[in-house]
Ligand binder design. Structure first.
Ligand code: FES
Length: 172
């Protein structure tokens, strides 16, 4: 083999270490000013990173934890428990379908099945075009308007399978 074909490890591009952006750091520092106990800023700090990246990568956890004075394991526990923090990349729009008792009694199953059929995905999956991610969520606090779902920050109540097309078309 000619030496021209040999690639030395040292010549390969080095992976860049993960860093929080200046804007993310600035916004987390500002969030910290709202709480006497910095640990109370944990969800806010996670949301800031998610706002900028669409989700919270594993590599961000120790960096955020250091800023708010928690261990990475503690913050990882918070991030995993809180269902609105996404730990994997998601689509441009996230659909969260309420599966708690009131919505369960007012058409949840039909709405979930309708979404799965229209989008061709199940819970935890993202459409091939990256448009939607589908997730379950517990009570959205609008139990008198079941079945409910949330797309991004928009709450939709009295949802029926027949009304799904009209709801979805607003999210490109
Ligand atoms: S049970 Fe669905 S909004 Fe409360």
């Amino acid at each position: 083999m000619s030496t021209a074909n040999i690639i030395k490890l040292a010549d390969l591009p080095k992976a860049q270490p993960f860093v929080l952006s200046d804007v993310e750091r600035h916004e987390i520092e500002h969030e910290l000013t709202h709480y006497p106990d910095s640990r109370a800023a944990s969800i806010g700090a996670l949301k800031i990173v998610q706002q900028h990246r669409g989700w919270v990568p594993d590599e961000a956890i120790p960096l955020i934890a250091e800023m708010i004075g928690m261990s990475a394991a503690e913050l990882d526990g918070v991030a995993t428990f809180y269902s609105l923090i996404y730990r994997r990349p998601v689509g441009r729009h996230v659909i969260k379908v309420c599966d708690s008792i009131s919505c369960f009694l007012t058409g949840y199953d039909a709405v979930r099945q309708g979404l799965e059929q229209k989008l061709g995905i199940q819970y935890g999956q993202t459409t091939a075009d990256g448009r939607f991610t589908l997730l379950p969520i517990c009570c959205l606090g609008a139990c008198d308007r079941g079945a409910t779902l949330m797309i991004d920050d928009d709450l939709h109540g009295n949802v029926t399978p027949q009304g799904l097309d009209r709801i979805l078309e607003a999210y490109k």
